[in-house]
Design a protein around this ligand. Structure first.
Ligand SMILES: Cc1ncc(COP(=O)(O)O)c(C=O)c1O
Length: 379
């Protein structure tokens, strides 16, 4: 049996979610925009899912807009924020996900935005004071991720929201890694826009959402009147129902899941620290998702260790990506002060509710020998 420790990349879909989706695919082919009985049945399912998402996040149902992914939601927010006329300046950080980084790069190349990226400290945290220092009269939005996908480091978003609010600047929070893993209350966070994606918490791929508060949303996808003209395109009803079911499960199980994954993650780190020489944990251990562990294995080719682990039946991810033979170190780890060589030796272990203590013991037992083997290969 393989051991899947890559839940920050994506998660297995829960049986209850599959059942809810299959029911839609088999029995509810109606278009939610149609006014006949089939359409009304589909509309009811759509609205039930909206309530489930809203409930998990402390939002009002009408504030939830369904999208195709967190990537689409992030693109929507950034395009909208800079077109609202407040200004062309965006404040973000050096550790954002590409679904924020890339749209900003495109807007920047087109001359439509000027971006200030505030740094993080060696533990991956943003100082709210550096956000304050970056704000300008023409700042259109502050965009920050709640929890980092690579390190799991959780930012003090409420403090950053307070700083932004002093200058009346709206806050965009990419909460994709945090939803279903830690409690989220959109009010307490002070976010104007909050983004998530079902496949990160046992829902299906291709079902994202945007919570938008207090101001009209301009569609990114122009088309029909769906989502109250805030996102054109016939809704992916099965995916959305799956998203709603995943939210309901997350709400019911959040405390138990947290306790379970934290115990496994802590045991994994304890085991690695005691049995593998020259390892360092990346990221603030106090402010981190309960399931995430990012480890620097010194003098180790992480991409090879990943392959070796994969061969042994263990799925993790690495701090560097291989592109046409060259190594591209993680921008998140280099932003935290790691050298490209150190970033190359980093692996991300992300635990899920379905993992067991036995699986963690097997990984702990195999790692010392595998790391020694990879370290012995001349580079
Ligand atoms: C922090 C963060 N934001 C956005 C995304 C993009 O999510 P999606 O796959 O739904 O586009 C991811 C997925 O890796 C993520 O980790």
């Amino acid at each position: 049996m393989r051991i899947y420790l890559d839940h920050n990349a994506t998660t297995p879909v829960r049986d209850e979610v599959v059942d809810a989706m299959l029911d839609v695919l088999r029995h509810h082919h109606g278009n939610p925009s149609s006014t006949h009985a089939e359409g009304s049945a589909a509309r009811r399912l759509l609205e039930q899912a909206r309530e489930q998402v809203a409930q998990l996040l402390g939002a009002a149902p009408d504030e939830v807009i369904f999208t195709g992914s967190a990537t689409e939601s992030n693109n929507t927010v950034l395009a909208m924020a800079v077109s609202e006329g407040r200004g062309q300046h965006v404040v973000t950080t050096t550790v954002e996900h590409p679904s924020v980084e890339e749209p900003l790069a495109v807007l920047s190349r087109a001359g439509e935005v000027e971006v200030t990226r505030v740094p993080v400290d060696a533990d991956g945290r943003v100082d709210p004071e550096s956000v304050r220092a970056a704000l300008r009269d023409d700042t259109a939005v502050v965009s920050i991720l709640l929890a980092n996908n690579e390190t799991g480091v959780v930012q003090d978003v409420a403090a950053i929201a307070a700083v932004a609010a002093e200058r009346d600047v709206p806050l965009h929070v990419d909460a994709t890694q945090a939803v279903g893993k830690i409690p989220i209350d959109v009010n307490a966070l002070g976010a104007r826009w909050l983004v998530g994606s079902a496949h990160k918490f046992n829902g299906p791929k291709g079902a994202g959402f945007l919570v938008a508060r207090g101001a009209p949303v301009h569609p990114y996808l122009h088309g029909g009147p769906q989502e109250k003209r805030r996102r054109g395109g016939t809704e992916n009803l099965a995916g959305i129902v799956g998203l709603g079911a995943a939210c309901a499960l997350a709400e019911a199980e959040l405390d138990a899941r947290t306790e379970h994954v934290r115990a496994l993650r802590d045991r994994l780190w304890e085991g690695i620290r005691k049995s593998v020489p020259d390892v360092v944990r990346n990221g603030d251990p106090e402010h981190v998702l309960p399931n995430s562990l990012n480890v620097a294995f010194e003098d180790t080719a992480g991409e090879i260790l990943l392959e070796v682990l994969d061969g042994e039946g263990v799925a993790v991810s690495a701090g560097a990506a291989c592109h046409s033979g060259s190594i591209d170190p993680s921008h998140v780890l280099t932003a935290m002060g790691r050298t490209p060589e150190q970033a190359r030796g980093c692996l991300r272990f992300s635990v899920g509710p379905g993992n067991t203590a036995d699986e963690i013991e097997r990984v702990v037992a195999m790692l010392p020998e595998l790391v020694a083997r990879v370290r012995a290969v001349p580079r």
